[in-house]
Write a protein that binds this ligand. Structure first.
Ligand code: AMP
Ligand code: ZN
Length: 475
């Protein structure tokens, strides 16, 4: 089976093939660092992580780019309200930079606790102003802009494909205006590329530009930075479902106007929202749950990851503590099952990367891959993990080795669960591997013996053969 992803742009699942065979350029919209991420935001990043890990598992080399928004994102997505960063800095009596640094660090602490891999490139908006100015120049040279009231606007009337991301979703009407109040706009959907003499007098961060001293519109950073790091056309762009009608729609308009190339991005992936009591969780309302608040309530961050993986990323997910309890209990059962198997398995299981080709373990691993290939089905992938752990026809070693392999994508802490179990402590594991290497050497299977030595070396453990046998130490 091939990887199939639901493409918002085409409104259907499509077989994924990258522009360059074997390589994937992926851009996921990053956080606006004016406050902690709420658990809804973190759903978006767990989704990106699931995508990246799946792509890598399937053999693609992925360049994952994520922006950090530290300027220009207004409280309204459509050019209204204050700059979120400036507002937050004012409320806290700090500089914008201090606030940005603090919450960027907090964000990565959260993502680390959720075992989300760091993107290949993390780029800050404020460090890419020159790229944004250059992109606006190109948009301007192509004839898509006008100046009014001190701002430079994008003229959507000049872009015939405007709104295709929204139009392509069934039941949606074309992008609706939530503005209607900015008299400078020729069309209510026009948006600001560069603010100069605007109403945002408190803007702390401004830069010189051909259009006057000011600062960029929010949508610009994603176009400019993704093009910079991934090229003028790339494979996948993702974000929350709320970004479809304005942010991503405007990103497409800007990028395609500047480069003249279509489609700018071939696959658009959108995660549905995490909701509480049917309401949207909003970072700007100040009232929201963070990962830390779940930890303070006694949950492990990975309980929350399990909870998220238990729902498909395109289904709305209702948060409740009862539901989170369910995920915690499931993770406890997982740990118990892993420990039970670890006590029975020979410690060498950790080194059994490739299952017996005729065995059942391989079928589970293939079914696991198929689940991921089917538009990243977390629930089905979890079911395959449980399937192999409970199957009496699969040996403990095969089950554990497969669980560890699946956990490269799921990232639920299988390795630690097994090590805590006592049966498969690291020391025992290393010593069992040394014994296995000794046996391999005796049997003149030097390939195997060397493979074991190299595998240990890759983990920072070196072996020293002496007359008293093999000793090991950490590098
Ligand atoms: P922000 O930091 O506000 O720019 O949002 C970061 C990411 O979280 C974006 O991709 C949003 O679309 C996404 N997002 C915001 N709220 C939620 C939610 N309640 N559930 C899932 N994703 C969300
Ligand atoms: Zn974006």
């Amino acid at each position: 089976m091939a990887l199939t992803l639901f493409n918002t742009l085409k409104r259907e699942p499509q077989i994924f093939e990258p522009l360059t065979p074997g390589k994937v350029g992926f851009y996921g919209c990053g956080p606006t660092v004016y406050n902690n991420a709420h658990i809804g935001n973190l759903r978006a990043y767990v989704t990106h992580d699931l995508l990246v890990k799946t792509l890598r598992r399937l053999g693609f080399e992925v360049t994952h780019v994520m922006n950090i928004t530290d300027v220009g994102h207004l409280t309204g997505d459509d050019d209204f309200g204050d700059d979120k960063m400036v507002k937050s800095a004012g409320e806290r009596g700090k500089s914008v930079l201090e606030v940005a640094n603090y919450y960027t660090e907090a964000f990565f602490k959260d993502t680390e606790r959720l075992r989300i891999d760091r993107p290949t490139v993390v780029c800050r908006a404020t460090e890419h102003i020159a790229d944004m100015i250059e992109l606006i120049r190109r948009i301007e040279a192509a004839g898509f802009t006008y100046a009014a009231g001190g701002n430079l606007y994008y003229d959507v009337g000049k872009f015939p494909h405007y709104g295709e991301l929204t139009l392509s979703r069934s039941g949606d009407s074309p992008v609706r205006s939530r503005t209607g109040q900015d008299e400078n706009k020729r069309n209510p959907q026009d948006f600001v590329l560069w603010f100069t003499k605007s109403k945002f007098e408190r803007q702390a961060l401004t830069w010189d530009s051909p259009w006057g001293r000011g600062y960029p519109g929010w949508h610009l950073e994603c176009s400019a930075m993704s093009i910079k790091y991934l090229g003028e056309q790339f494979d996948i762009h993702a974000g929350g479902i709320d970004h479809v009608p304005i942010h991503h729609t405007n990103e497409i308009a800007q990028s395609e106007a500047a480069t003249g190339k279509r489609p700018w991005v071939r696959f658009w992936l959108h995660n549905e929202f995490l909701v509480i009591d049917k309401g949207k969780m909003s970072k700007s309302s100040g009232e929201f749950l963070t990962l830390q608040s779940l930890v303070d309530a006694g949950y492990d961050p990975l309980d929350y990851r399990y909870f998220l993986l238990g729902a498909h990323y395109r289904s709305q997910l209702q948060f409740s503590y009862e539901a989170l309890d369910g995920a915690r209990n499931a993770r406890r059962s997982l740990r118990d099952r892993i420990r039970f198997l670890a006590k029975r398995a020979s410690p060498v299981w950790m080194n059994r990367d490739v299952p017996d080709p005729d065995g059942k373990a391989l079928q589970y691993r293939e079914a696991f891959n198929r689940a991921l290939e089917d538009d990243l089905s977390g629930p089905r992938a979890l079911a395959e993990l449980w399937g192999i752990l409970r199957d009496p026809e699969v040996t403990a070693e095969e089950a554990l080795a497969s669980a560890l392999d699946m956990d490269r994508v799921l990232s639920l802490g299988v390795r630690e669960m097994a090590l805590e179990g006592g049966g498969g402590g690291e020391r025992e594991e290393i010593e069992a591997l040394i014994a296995e290497r000794g046996a391999a050497k005796k049997a003149r299977d030097f390939t195997r013996a060397d493979a074991i030595r190299d595998a240990l070396k890759a983990r920072g453990i070196v072996l020293e053969d002496g007359k008293d046998g093999t000793l090991w130490r950490r590098l």
